[in-house]
Design a protein around this ligand. Structure first.
Ligand code: ZN
Ligand code: ZN
Length: 172
């Protein structure tokens, strides 16, 4: 279905208690800032699936989508590609006093699914995106990427000052 203003009107689905409906939708996903770098969902959005279940006093909601996210590797600054997989759930019982049973994305029977999808993207991304798990990063001396480089080319004069090596160990 087409999203209007990023919202799904849950009331208009007219589900009665115990009924469920699956909706295919495509929320727009804004770039995420992490450590001063920008990470973007490929194509600016993702095809997703929203499962809406009517409970006796509200809704149980599940949102799933997958999308590649691209941005710089935090170690070597080369392009990194993260396969983001989101599977998020929300429960909303409008009459409940307990905050745990209220969803921040459901306002008067309307689900702000695009805001939810964007928050889920932030939560789903690694805090330190890498081009590959064993990225070797940049040489501390000359700044060249050590991925695929011969380590002996970056000894820069016999392993350097041993005191500096100690410091580098401490930083790890
Ligand atoms: Zn890297
Ligand atoms: Zn070097």
């Amino acid at each position: 279905m087409e999203l209007e203003a990023g919202i799904v009107d849950l009331e208009r689905l007219s589900l009665s208690s115990g009924q469920a409906q699956a909706l295919e939708l495509k929320p727009a996903l804004a770039p995420v800032e992490l450590a001063g770098q920008s990470y973007e969902a490929e194509g600016g959005g993702a095809a997703g699936r929203l499962d809406v279940s009517r409970t006796t006093s509200g809704w149980a909601l599940r949102l799933r989508y997958e999308t590649p996210v691209t941005g710089p590797c935090v170690r070597c600054l080369e392009p990194a590609r993260i396969e983001l997989s989101v599977d998020a759930r929300e429960v909303d019982q409008p009459s409940a006093q307990d905050e745990e049973l209220r969803s921040p994305y459901v306002i008067e029977g309307r689900l702000e699914v695009e805001r939810w999808a964007n928050d889920a993207m932030v939560l789903g991304l690694p805090s330190q995106p890498l081009c590959r798990p064993d990225c070797a990063g940049l040489c501390a001396v000359c700044g060249i990427s050590l991925n695929g480089a011969d380590p002996s080319d970056h000894e820069h004069g016999g392993g350097g000052d041993p005191r500096m090596a100690k410091l580098r160990d401490l930083e790890l």
